[in-house]
Design a protein around this ligand. Structure first.
Ligand code: PLP
Length: 391
């Protein structure tokens, strides 16, 4: 099997599983309990917050554990809307956000919010001039994703953050694809809220965190006990949180150092992935006629490759790739099975037909150059065969 769908999810790393296991068996205490067994769980949660905060240049009490990217996005948007209703009801986002943001915006519109959906250019980049023009006195939130899950385009986050800060507007970024892949500095980028998810970078599924800056005075999401400083009630998912921390350490921390900064090993991994990505892109462009690269060529996640192959149906290609043991995707895992063409590909100017012909291949640390050659060979054969049958 060749797995090329790392943007959908990743394999839980063995050291992550190993770190989690004791918290299912011996250290099962409730992190809220007084006795020693509970204290061990509590300490594990505190340690995880410290580790994670260190990777972002944040403070431990600005990290809130959640069930993943979707919950983090929902919390950020709904809670800011609630907290800032006195100031205004206007939210700015982009047309290429993940559905966890877009569908939450649609929900908020039903509650009375006004939402501006910014266009992107042909590479998927938000236009910061258009962003500036969209700002109104009643704008309460700018939510722009760090990097796109379908086409990999990395946004000018620092510039956007500076604009938000200059206008006193809260800035949220869905960093689910970026965190664990890129170094992120919340202070330098003026980020007030940041969503992540463990399973996108070899952590467990169903756990992530929302960074909430001390400056952002937003309310609780889950009502109940006093967990997470009263802002997200519910018994902490200690094994998940420990697994998330282990996945973060793998990426951002040197083994011996307590201080987590960007790890050299990971820099090497990302560079290796970039080289493999660019090799795959160049081979597809060389071997498959009329292949159209979707997304920016360089401002792009290290592992993301996305092409449209006019004249073919992406779904058919996926099924034929699967028969050869190759796992790929036509866009986001959440929209597969739906007949609507990708909103991201339409936003970058692809026609509905071109959008439906797209294939996304997302790489991970375990992929090899040999695999890329096999995939390009199969892809060329399949696309050729489908196009021929249509003549
Ligand atoms: C995967 C993903 C999400 C959703 O995260 P879950 O943890 O699966 O809920 C949100 N945003 C982006 C950009 C994603 O890639």
């Amino acid at each position: 099997m060749i797995y090329l769908d790392h943007a959908a999810t990743t394999k839980t790393a063995p050291e992550v599983v190993e770190a989690m296991l004791p918290y299912f068996t011996e250290c099962y205490g409730n992190a809220g309990s007084i006795y020693k067994l509970g204290n061990e769980s509590r300490m594990a949660v505190i340690r995880a917050k410290e580790t994670i905060a260190g990777t972002l240049g944040a403070e431990a009490n600005e990290i809130y554990f959640t069930s993943g990217g979707t919950e983090s996005d929902n919390w950020a948007l709904k809670a800011v809307y609630e907290a800032c209703r006195d100031k205004g009801r206007h939210i700015i986002t982009s047309k290429i956000e993940h559905h966890a943001v877009l569908h939450t915006c649609e929900y908020l519109e039903k509650q009375g919010a006004e939402v501006t959906y910014l266009d992107v250019d042909g590479d998927g980049l938000v236009d910061v001039e258009q962003l500036k023009r969209a700002i109104r006195p009643d704008t309460i939130l700018i939510s722009i994703m760090y990097a796109n899950n379908e086409i990999g385009t990395i946004q000018p986050i620092k510039e956007i953050g500076e604009i938000a800060a200059a206008h006193g507007i809260l800035f949220h970024t869905d960093a689910v694809q970026a965190y664990g892949q890129l170094p992120i500095d919340v202070a330098a980028c003026h980020i007030d809220l940041l969503s992540t998810s463990g399973h996108k970078f070899n952590g467990p599924k169903g756990v992530g965190f929302l960074y909430i800056s001390k400056k952002a005075k937003i309310r609780s999401f889950m009502h109940g006990g006093q967990q997470e400083r009263g802002r997200r009630a519910g018994t902490e998912n200690v094994p998940g949180i420990v697994g998330l921390e282990a996945a973060v350490r793998r990426v951002y921390c040197s083994v011996e150092e307590a201080e987590c900064v960007c790890n050299l090993e990971e820099e090497k991994n990302a560079e290796r992935e970039r080289i493999l990505r660019d090799y795959l892109i160049s081979q597809i462009e060389e071997k498959i006629p009329e292949a159209m690269l979707n997304g920016h060529r360089t401002k792009r996640l290290p592992g993301n490759v996305n092409f449209s192959f006019p004249g073919v149906e992406g779904e058919s290609v996926l099924i034929m790739l699967d028969m050869q043991g190759i796992c790929a995707s036509s866009g986001s895992a959440c929209t597969s099975g739906s007949i609507d063409p990708s909103h991201v590909l339409l936003a970058i100017g692809r026609s509905p037909e071109e959008a439906r012909s797209a294939i996304r291949l997302t790489l991970g640390a375990e992929n090899t150059k040999e695999e890329m050659d096999i995939v390009v060979g199969e892809l060329a054969r399949i696309v050729g065969k489908i196009r021929e049958s249509r003549l």
